[in-house]
Ligand binder design. Structure first.
Ligand code: ADP
Ligand code: MG
Ligand code: MG
Length: 894
């Protein structure tokens, strides 16, 4: 029979698939001997069964009963026992942490009877009624579906009528009254009473947590974090401990190191006389963890010892939730903690220095996405004036946007293309869509572990929280800060690294990491950590990393960023600007002599381009692609031209002969589907002399560089091949020109000739094509367009967001390579190409070459190199290194 329930003592961290991260880690802490309130976890398998059928799987109820009975025996009292009740929490916890996205219900077991028993047993009437009202609210909303706002409204009205600032000032009688109000709300909203049977409370809470897996918030979060929808959540049932029993009690969140910077030393927030939920909700402002040393030195020392134990055991930054009940410390949760990109790099290097992890493991702990984030610009310190307000720097980076005050407005404006900053007193999980849409999140309350901070960090969004000087008025849609009033729509700048917000849009400058790449300047611990991670990646990786670069400047930059050559040098821009009239002349040429004249005029210009690029990349390969786009892209716009001609005719003046001729040519060359029309190799085959001119320019540039003592390594790449016949013809022409130039110059010009693989037919006949190609380079952009039948410019705007919403794909195939379809073509072409020509050099030059997940795919597919934009080169180096780590888990730590 399937086992659906595991006591903490029977689980462990390696069982996260079944017990969820929370359940598995609670079990692990129990086994480590840390003080964890006893409990058990219902598996994700039970959840999946429940969600599939709408009913509990057979045997689950009995298993839960047996484990509950064991808890009762251990505690010496029964769940909800009238004179001294055992109380339980029911907690959600999936394989991947989804903070605050699903439900937790505390204080299960309280009833009209047992609330009095709890008051007696604890010696505190106030505590008992406070616990009961919390249960009514959580159960009422989560299990019975009552809108939480109704409970919050009732609480706010009570506080108003009693004239108190927060719930701590409500006494037992107030809270007992609130309980009656809440029960009334539940009855009015659902037509049913809050259940007085503790066993029913437990059973229905477990079901509600199962169901919360499919709540809107949870789904949105999963889509964003790319967590599969079919995992389900585990449910942990645990004996309650109480942080709200008075000043010698409290709850907190702690990290073994600072999750924003990675700096050593425990770090966190503490809230005296509170349940854990209050800390995360940011309802009251917390105190720094270090204050606990003064408030309760014994618990503080214990907590530090436990944090050390956990960090050594997990060999990584951990975060924990803890509660102190009358001076006794209890550990309620731990996990390998989320962190900013900056912290990830700093930490990984430090843990390796401390000998806790190997350099390879350190590499596995950082990511290309994180590195890309560290390359984003910062505010220019010299332009920064006085801040409107300061808060806690909860998630670093610089963001500029218009202030908005609720999630819906953030979504609306962002949808219209505006950059926005979401400003709230504190955020709740309901604000998630707005946080996704915003550039930055700014709150007036809550600490580094508040909802806003945790979620923003997870998403890599800029966040400043707890900016107490802000007086946020959501109703009037404005905030004031030290006498300044800022209305909705006003632009502000948020500095998540310094924890400050400024009026207006501040200018941006390079980040320290970007400066390092550009100039080599080492400016501190973070840059050092990045440099070391990259060194390790370069040492580990098998993939070469090249850059896509079309100019000498780009080529130089790419080299500084670590590129080992150019994988794609496009030649089309070399035909634009003031050279355009030469292209026009070539297209309009009536005779061979006219055409030759136009091409001859282009030749020296092209040659100069290539000389510059080959000089910048001296000693490294430069793959030059022959002209690719349809020729009409170099001609004037058809409509404009037609209007000009028509206007002239309307004025009774004949249009200029040139215009008339151009219009005729443009009309002749008009295509319905230019992407699938006369372009790439097709153009080279029908436009006489074009290929020869380009190849001659390349070959003569090689000669000049060689004669200048350089080491030019040009490679000639033919675009958009469908069949080997096309390549055979072009190649013959190329070889002919190379031979002529060699002969004329006395310098032996040897340029490998290869092809792009960017059409499905080419991939499927790669074996034949390899007979003629000395290298392959996958053009994954066109290959994705033609494999899916997507015209990128049309589909992305038209319906991709709908496709993402419907879950047809979780990421655009133009962003991350589609491994099943496009990837399959890549694998076929690699296998058949290499079978026909052993040692065939194979790379990729589509934008996917700089996408972390795609880089990993290309590594496994056996490519020799990836090529990407110069700015992505460090990202690709890092990911290529991570891809080569065998047997190390390089999935992002979420
Ligand atoms: P989340 O996944 O959103 O962090 P949790 O399951 O951790 O939700 O529950 C939220 C809070 O409830 C915790 O921070 C913790 O303080 C409190 N809590 C949960 N279980 C217990 C318990 N057995 N005793 C006391 N507090 C609890
Ligand atoms: Mg928690
Ligand atoms: Mg292409």
């Amino acid at each position: 029979m399937v086992q659906y329930v595991y006591a903490f003592g029977d689980g462990g961290r390696d069982m996260a698939d079944l017990l969820g991260g929370k359940g598995a880690n609670l079990a692990e802490m129990t086994r480590l001997g840390l003080p964890v309130p006893p409990g058990f976890t219902v598996t994700t398998e039970a959840c999946r069964a429940y969600l599939a059928t709408g009913a509990e799987p057979d045997g689950l109820a009995e298993e839960i009963d047996a484990h509950r009975a064991a808890l009762e025996r251990r505690a010496g009292r029964r769940l909800g026992q009238a004179d001294d009740p055992l109380l339980l929490s029911v907690r959600s916890g999936a394989r991947f942490s989804m903070p605050g996205m699903m439900e937790t219900i505390l204080d299960i077991g309280l009833t009209d009877d047992s609330v009095r028993g709890l008051a007696k047993a604890s010696g505190s009437e106030r505590f008992a009624w406070d616990s009961y009202r919390r249960l009514l609210q959580m159960y009422g909303s989560t299990v019975m579906g009552v809108d939480t706002a109704l409970f919050e409204g009732a609480l706010a009205r009570l506080k108003d009528s009693r004239g108190v600032p927060d719930d701590l000032h409500l006494d037992a009688a107030d809270l007992a009254r609130l309980v009656e109000t809440y029960k009334g709300v539940i009855r009015a909203e659902t037509g049913r009473d809050f259940p007085q049977d503790p066993a029913e409370q437990l059973r229905r809470s477990v079901h509600a947590v199962f169901a919360s897996w499919n709540g809107d918030r949870a789904r949105l979060y999963r889509r964003r974090e790319r967590i599969p929808d079919d995992l389900g959540t585990a449910v942990t049932v645990q004996r309650m401990v109480f942080g709200n029993l008075g000043p010698d009690s409290g709850s907190g969140v702690a990290f073994t190191r600072d999750p924003a910077t990675g700096r050593r030393g425990p770090y966190g927030d503490y809230l005296p006389n509170a349940q854990g939920e209050d800390v995360v909700a940011g309802i009251r402002n917390t105190v720094p963890l270090t204050d606990l040393e003064r408030l309760d030195p014994v618990s503080y020392a214990r907590l530090r010892a436990h944090l050390r134990t956990l960090e050594t055991h997990y060999r990584d930054l951990c975060d924990v939730e803890f509660t102190i009940e009358h001076g006794t410390l209890w550990m309620l949760q731990t996990r390998v903690g989320k962190r900013t990109a900056e912290a990830a790099f700093t930490l990984a290097v430090e843990l390796a220095d401390e000998g806790l992890i190997t350099p390879d493991e350190a590499l596995a702990r950082v990511s290309g996405d994180g590195l890309a984030r560290l390359m984003f610009p910062r505010f220019d310190a010299s332009a920064v004036g006085e801040a409107l307000a300061h808060g806690i720097p909860a998630s670093p980076g610089a963001a500029v946007g218009a202030v908005v005050f609720d999630s819906a407005e953030a979504v609306r404006r962002a949808g219209a293309g505006e950059k926005v900053v979401l400003v709230r007193q504190e955020t709740t999980p309901d604000d998630l869509p707005g946080m996704v849409a915003a550039e930055a999140v700014l709150t007036s309350r809550g600490g580094k572990t508040s909802h806003a901070a945790v979620v923003a960090r997870g998403m890599g969004k800029v966040c400043v929280c707890g900016a107490e000087r802000l007086d946020v008025d959501v109703r009037e849609r404005r905030f004031t800060a030290g006498g300044v009033t800022v209305h909705e729509g006003t632009v502000v700048s948020v500095d998540g690294s310094e924890g400050a917000v400024y009026a207006g849009a501040l200018p941006l400058v390079d980040s320290a990491v970007m400066r390092y790449f550009r100039t080599g300047e080492r400016s501190g611990g973070l840059v050092d950590a990045v440099a070391r991670a990259l060194r390790q990646a370069d040492h580990t990786r098998r993939l070469e990393v090249r850059a896509n670069a079309d100019t000498p400047e780009d080529a130089e930059r790419a080299r500084r960023f670590g590129a080992e050559g150019i994988g794609l040098c496009r030649t089309e821009h070399m035909f634009l600007g003031d050279r355009r009239h030469l292209v026009e002349a070539m297209i309009l040429a009536r005779t061979d002599a006219d055409r030759a004249r136009a091409l001859d005029a282009l030749l020296p210009l092209q040659r100069r381009d290539f000389v510059g690029i080959l000089r910048a990349m001296d000693g490294l390969p430069v793959t030059i692609r022959l002209l690719d786009p349809p020729l009409h892209e170099f001609l004037p716009d058809r409509t404009e031209l037609a209007v000009r001609v028509a206007a002239a005719e309307a004025h009774g003046t004949p249009p200029s002969a040139h215009d008339a001729e151009l219009l005729a040519a443009v009309n002749r060359m008009h295509e319905e589907n230019p992407m699938l029309g006369l372009r790439g190799v097709r153009l080279g085959l029908v436009a006489p002399g074009l290929v020869a001119m380009q190849v001659r320019a390349i070959a003569e540039a090689v000669v000049r560089r060689t004669e200048a003592g350089g080491d030019p390594r040009a490679e000639i790449m033919v675009p958009l091949i469908d069949t080997v016949e096309e390549l055979r013809l072009v190649r013959a022409e190329v070889e002919q020109v190379l031979a002529e130039v060699s002969e004329a110059s006395g310098v032996a010009v040897r340029c490998p000739v290869g092809t792009m693989i960017e059409l499905p037919r080419a991939a499927l006949t790669a074996g034949r094509i390899a007979e003629q190609a000395e290298f392959f380079s996958f053009g994954t952009n066109d290959l994705t367009q033609t494999t899916w039948g997507f015209s990128r410019d049309d589909v992305e705007a038209a319906f991709f967001s709908a496709y993402l919403d419907k879950g047809i794909f979780t990421v655009s195939p133009f962003e991350t390579i589609d491994p099943e379809g496009v990837g399959r073509l890549v694998r076929i072409a690699v296998a058949e190409g290499r079978a026909a020509r052993p040692g065939l050099k194979i790379g990729v030059c589509g934008e996917h070459g700089g996408d972390p997940e795609s880089v990993r795919f290309f590594h496994t597919a056996g490519l020799d190199y990836v090529s990407c934009s110069p700015f992505r080169v460090p990202v690709a180096r890092l990911e290529a290194g991570r891809a080569a780590l065998s047997g190390t888990d390089t999935s992002d730590s979420r």
